[in-house]
Design a protein around this ligand. Structure first.
Ligand code: 9MJ
Length: 671
């Protein structure tokens, strides 16, 4: 039975659309359809191919789901060796690299370079013949790698077929496969829940995923490809500059770095390195340095190679984010809700450019899973704003019998009993507000920016005050006198007065902030806001039963139970009453506001707005029914851009999303 022509045409059109959308998403970074629309087209194609299997082609976008597992990877020889890069660790080494190159090439004037972040993943070689992906191989030892074509085909950002009509007969494109932070976190969470292997870092996760014999599993792993060069090329003359060559790769379908730049001198390269180092933590993926390549490809050839690396390229490495040190001891820190967290005391070491002597070990389950012992050499990681963590012990370096950390039976702060609720990983101190650690944390939380926002009342000051016996609970804050505060060590009278003023100002708040500030277990900002919006009245929340609480968005049985439990305790009700007596209030308009003028709209805020913190601006939008998101997509209603906007503004412009300035933002609130 032949397939109706209309079906053949539809399949053809669906493929073209999907390929185009994929290219716009992964390469141009400018999608024009929502994820749902993409999925709809994809499912329609799958459906038609299921009904008419004879229409399936190897380069169909549907063929990225993985194939039957292989028994081993075939070895492949690289026709052009895959070299590594020489490293530089400081500016002098960069200047020396440039000088060597200029001397060798007999060049007096400055050399131009192409700069891009050094992705911390795995090198991949992609061979295309007649525009079609025929082979993907790992770097291996540079001469010989492994054929992982089936796995590479599952990565959406790797084109199965090249774009354009004047394609080279054969071209080998090289680049890096990596996993971004969000993908890595999601994968590890899924692995943890399934009791599978948890990866130490995104690089290991990418490597592990790419080298699975079952490509159907690889297909489900969040891998990304970014190209950085060409190996062999036959049948076309490539542009004479490295930068132009990269633009050519983008044209024929490959993602290239968004941060790529052509620079006029080695001084500009050093400046680029500093800029990237500053931005390192804000990137969505790990980079371990910056790569510079001579732009002029004729000069590249002239410069040639030394042993395993080109003379015309260099990697200027960042300070390592993972280093090895010794675990000296494990202490237990008591949090606001009494949870005991194991903290690693380390032999001090520089990680990512900062000295680190403490790192989190998360919880006892993690310690057991990783088999960390006191005295072990351990890998410590510090990435971005995330607190440093112990990734794993280096078992090979373990000597003799080392002791496993043990959860203490009594609280190290107040000596109350430590218990573990059945079915829960956390151990808690049962001391409640008897425990100074819990009292300190409760007060710190109350004063924090997203809670009562008491300016000048930082963690150190709270600790000092609790230790001096000046405050036991949050309501004591409002009874502090100028003399008491000024009497503290390192506290000037002026600062003491400022703190008193801040305490006074903090009394005017919102219901949501107040609920959040109380620190009910598992009631975060969003839940506090949902509770305030639902009940619009503190008394109603304090007296709500479990069933009623579960009517609130995001409140499940556990959180409902926590809220009920909190307000069932006489001491908590009394504390609330005392706070209100001290004059904590939220203006009525805030309380009763149930404006929905912005319902169905999603906004993204970037930059600084005059007179509003980012949180405050978000709160005002949400109070009118809007959603506030952290990332710009085709679904964003508008991006609100204040002073010094970030990359979100550029992204809005690429996507054609409306951009509002301060006046536009204020107009939204007034409507
Ligand atoms: C990475 N890892 O991002 C190279 N790389 O060039 C970039 N690696 C490279 N270039 C030649 N951007 C050998 C390796």
């Amino acid at each position: 039975m032949s397939v109706p022509r209309s079906i053949i045409v539809e399949v053809q059109q669906l493929r073209e659309q999907l390929v185009e959308h994929n290219y716009r998403y992964h390469v141009l970074d400018a999608p024009v359809v929502t994820d749902q629309e993409y999925d709809r087209l994809f499912r329609r194609l799958q459906q038609l191919e299921n009904e008419h299997p004879e229409l399936v082609t190897p380069d169909s976008p549907s063929q990225r789901v993985g194939a039957e597992p292989a028994s081993e990877f075939e070895s492949v020889r690289h026709e052009v060796a895959m070299l590594s890069l020489d490293n530089a660790f400081d500016d002098d080494e960069m200047l020396a690299f440039d000088r060597r190159l200029r001397d060798g090439l007999d060049q007096q004037q400055a050399l131009a370079y192409v700069a891009e972040p050094k992705l911390d993943g795995l090198a991949l070689s992609l061979l295309y013949e007649g525009g079609e992906l025929v082979r993907a191989a790992t770097r291996g030892d540079g001469r010989q790698g492994e054929n992982i074509t089936a796995n590479a085909r599952t990565i959406d950002s790797i084109p199965l077929r090249l774009r354009g009509d004047q394609l080279p007969a054969r071209i080998e494109v090289r680049g890096e496969v990596y996993m971004d932070h969000a993908g890595f976190a999601a994968l590890n969470e899924a692995q943890r829940q399934a009791g599978g292997k948890v990866f130490a870092n995104p690089r290991n996760a990418a490597a592990g995923s790419l080298r699975l014999l079952d490509s159907r599993i690889t297909a489900a792993r969040p891998l990304t490809f970014c190209s950085y060069g060409v190996g062999l090329c036959e049948g076309t003359e490539l542009p004479g500059g490295q930068y132009e060559q990269m633009l050519y790769l983008r044209e024929i379908g490959f993602p290239i770095s968004r941060q790529i730049e052509r620079l006029d001198s080695i001084e500009d390269c050093i400046e680029y390195y500093r800029r990237m180092l500053d931005r390192r933590d804000a990137l969505a993926f790990d980079i371990d340095g910056v790569v510079f390549k001579l732009d002029d490809r004729r000069l590249q050839q002239q410069a040639g190679f030394v042993s395993r690396a080109p003379r015309w390229a260099i990697a200027y490495k960042f300070p390592a984010q993972e280093v090895m040190t010794r675990l000296l001891a494990v202490d237990f820190q008591v949090g606001r809700t009494g949870a005991l967290t194991p903290v690693a005391r380390l032999d001090p070491v520089a990680v990512g450019g900062v000295m680190v002597s403490n790192a989190t070990l998360h919880n006892m389950d993690e310690i057991e899973r990783k088999d960390v012992r006191i005295g072990d050499s351990v890998i410590v990681r510090r990435a971005g704003d995330v607190i440093p963590e112990v990734v794993a012990p280096v078992i090979e370096r373990r000597e003799g019998r080392l002791r496993r950390p043990r959860m203490p039976a009594r609280c190290p702060v107040c000596d109350s009993e430590v218990v573990q609720q059945p079915g829960q990983a956390v151990h808690r101190c049962t001391g409640g507000l008897v425990c100074a650690a819990q009292r300190k944390e409760a007060i710190k939380h109350y004063a924090s920016r997203k809670a009562m926002d008491i300016e000048g009342l930082g963690d150190k000051l709270v600790e000092q005050m609790v230790e001096a016996g000046m405050i036991d609970a949050v309501d004591d804050l409002y009874e502090l006198s100028l003399e008491q505060i000024a009497g503290l060590e390192r506290m000037a009278e002026k600062s003491a007065q400022n703190l008193l003023d801040a305490l006074q100002r903090s009394k005017r708040t919102t219901l949501a902030r107040f609920i959040y500030a109380l620190g009910v277990r598992e009631v975060g900002e969003a839940t506090a806001e949902a509770l305030a919006a639902h009940y619009a009245d503190l008394r109603a929340i304090m007296d709500a039963d479990i069933d009623s609480l579960q009517q609130v968005e995001d409140v499940g049985p556990v959180v409902a139970e926590n809220i009920r439990h909190f307000f069932d305790q006489q001491q908590n009700r009394a504390a609330v009453a005392r706070l209100l007596e001290h004059g904590v209030y939220w203006p009525a308009e805030e309380r009763q506001r149930s404006d929905s003028s912005l319902e169905g709209h999603t906004y993204v805020i970037t930059g600084t707005l005059d007179g509003y913190s980012r949180d405050e601006a978000a709160r005002l939008l949400k109070a009118r029914g809007a959603k506030v998101s952290g990332s710009v997509s085709g679904k964003t209603s508008a991006v609100i851009a204040g002073e010094n906007p970030g990359s979100k503004l550029a992204r809005a412009e690429t996507l054609g999303v409306e951009v509002l300035d301060q006046a536009g933002f204020e107009a939204l609130l007034d409507d």
